[in-house]
Design a protein around this ligand. Structure first.
Ligand code: BG6
Length: 478
């Protein structure tokens, strides 16, 4: 069998988001973001959304892992691993502290100039998400978040400013991180983080969710259009959380339930990649009597603002059984989810399924025939240091190796066009869903713990050297 080589320019790297690593929540003129009012939780203990920053609460994102102060040390470690790219986000509140100002905050702009310069010094391409669960809190309090169409203009202004400023430093962009999480509108954290809306507090939550989605789709399309004017070489992607939903069996009812469930995911990439709401969504609205307010030129805006590539996260798969219908799964948000007896799960109940990655790569590529980018994948685990402080995270290496093997098959055997691979949380960071430090993904350990202890010192886990040789061999040595 021939060597299964990945393209020479394959973008190996790692991913984080501003609010999960930076800290410095009130430094450099930064405003309060929605992540700044989220308390720390645990597996089975929800994070609480507080009314502003309330004394006495633990807000892990305020300090996160101090990347804001220590980024040079971290970037040097990324370079040592051989990163070709690094995915992070720009905290909107560093640039527009309240979100509705007309003039940006220069100190915030300068921070990202410095960060990008540091990355480029080592030949590391920045891959930038414009909105990763960290919109200005003021836009939620004063405008109602993305339920208000005015937020479209604020987001376009923010995006315009940063795409213009960094046009010679950043080529790869994404508009909204895991935009489809809010499809799971029953769970406050998801709607809140995607769009600043707690859907369950509204009379018709599902209709409102579609309205919010429409606003974000229009915003995304406008940003894509504007980005192409600023620099035609930009590559601007969408970003979805890709959890494939398998039918539990070949019973036609299971197959149909899985297909219907996947519409809830594809509707996001369909609009952003094809430029129009799909027929199944329009029919759903008609059946449910939903009225989604659209402006006359929105259809054209969506058509003209299709994304260049599909960025996606992949952590797990799920299975649905028609007989279990009526119960929604708290992790995936889908109806009729049952455990898949053929795969194992992490300590947080995320079902580990490397073959599922090959499946979704094929599925997405066949559906859109556009380049794909795996911008998150990884294994959240509790790392237990040895007496000398070293961490032998073989479980993480095993997880990543198995997924990279399947990724290689999708590229070399199936012909999928894949731009790169950036495992999540390359540097240990604050968990999004639980707000924990102890749910770790990194190659780089950060000495910080949920009991408040720790020095924020960085150290290399066993997976650091492993990933280094993966990159050096372009995926040949796993
Ligand atoms: C994705 C998000 O949902 O998964 C990240 O884009 C998040 O922000 C990651 O951190 C892993 O989830 P968690 O809850 O384990 O941090």
């Amino acid at each position: 069998m021939k060597e299964m080589s990945l393209p020479k320019d394959f973008l190996w790297g790692g991913a984080v988001a501003a609010h999960q690593v930076e800290g410095g929540w009130d430094q450099g003129g930064k405003g309060v973001s929605i992540a700044d009012v989220l308390t720390g939780g645990a597996h089975g203990v929800s994070r609480v959304i507080t009314d502003g920053v309330q004394p006495g609460n633990h807000y892990p994102n305020h300090q996160a892992v101090e990347f804001y102060a220590r980024y040079k040390e971290d970037v040097a470690l990324f370079a040592e691993m051989g990163f070709k790219c690094f995915r992070t986000s720009i905290a909107w509140t560093r640039i527009f502290p309240n979100g509705d100002e007309h003039e940006p905050n220069e100190a915030g702009l300068q921070f990202y100039d410095d960060l990008f310069d540091e990355l480029l010094k080592y030949g590391i391409e920045p891959v930038i998400t414009l909105s990763h669960f960290e919109m200005p809190y003021h836009l939620v309090k004063a405008y109602g978040g993305w339920a208000n169409r005015q937020v479209v203009d604020f987001f376009v202004r923010f995006s315009d400013v940063v795409m213009t400023r960094y046009q010679h430093k950043v080529k790869y962009w994404m508009t909204f991180n895991e935009i489809n999480n809010q499809r799971n509108w029953q769970y406050p954290l998801f709607g809140y983080c995607c769009s600043g809306v707690v859907f369950t507090e509204h009379a018709n939550p599902e209709q409102l969710m579609y309205q919010v989605m429409h606003h974000q789709f229009v915003a995304s399309a406008k940003v894509v259009k504007r980005g192409r004017e600023i620099n035609p070489a930009f590559q601007i992607g969408c970003m979805i959380a890709m959890v494939p939903i398998y039918p539990f069996s070949c019973h036609p009812d299971d197959v149909l339930l899985a297909q219907t469930a996947m519409h809830q995911r594809y509707v996001f990439s369909d609009v952003q990649m094809r430029g129009a709401w799909p027929a199944y969504a329009l029919k759903e609205w008609a059946q449910k009597g939903y009225q989604i307010v659209m402006h006359p030129d929105d259809a054209q805006t969506l058509r003209e603002g299709c994304c260049d590539y599909i960025g996606f996260s992949y952590y797990m798969s799920a299975a649905v059984h028609a007989q279990a219908s009526g119960v929604e799964d708290p992790i995936t948000g889908f109806d009729g989810v049952v455990p898949n007896p053929h795969v194992k799960a992490s300590d947080w109940g995320w079902q580990i399924d490397p073959v599922g990655l090959r499946y979704v790569l094929n599925d997405l590529y066949e559906r859109y025939e556009k380049p794909l980018f795996i911008v998150e994948n990884g294994f959240g685990a509790i790392d237990k240091p040895n007496a000398d402080g070293t961490i032998e995270d073989d479980y993480r290496i095993d997880y990543l190796r198995a997924h990279i093997e399947e990724m290689k098959k999708a590229v070399t055997l199936d012909g999928v066009a894949l731009m790169g691979y950036t495992p999540w949380g390359c540097l240990d960071c604050v968990s999004f869903t639980t707000g924990q430090y102890n749910k770790r993904y990194g190659f780089i350990h950060v000495d910080k713990h949920d009991d408040g202890s720790g020095t924020f010192a960085r150290s290399k886990k066993k997976s650091f050297a492993w990933y280094q040789q993966v990159i050096a061999s372009n995926g040949a040595v796993l």
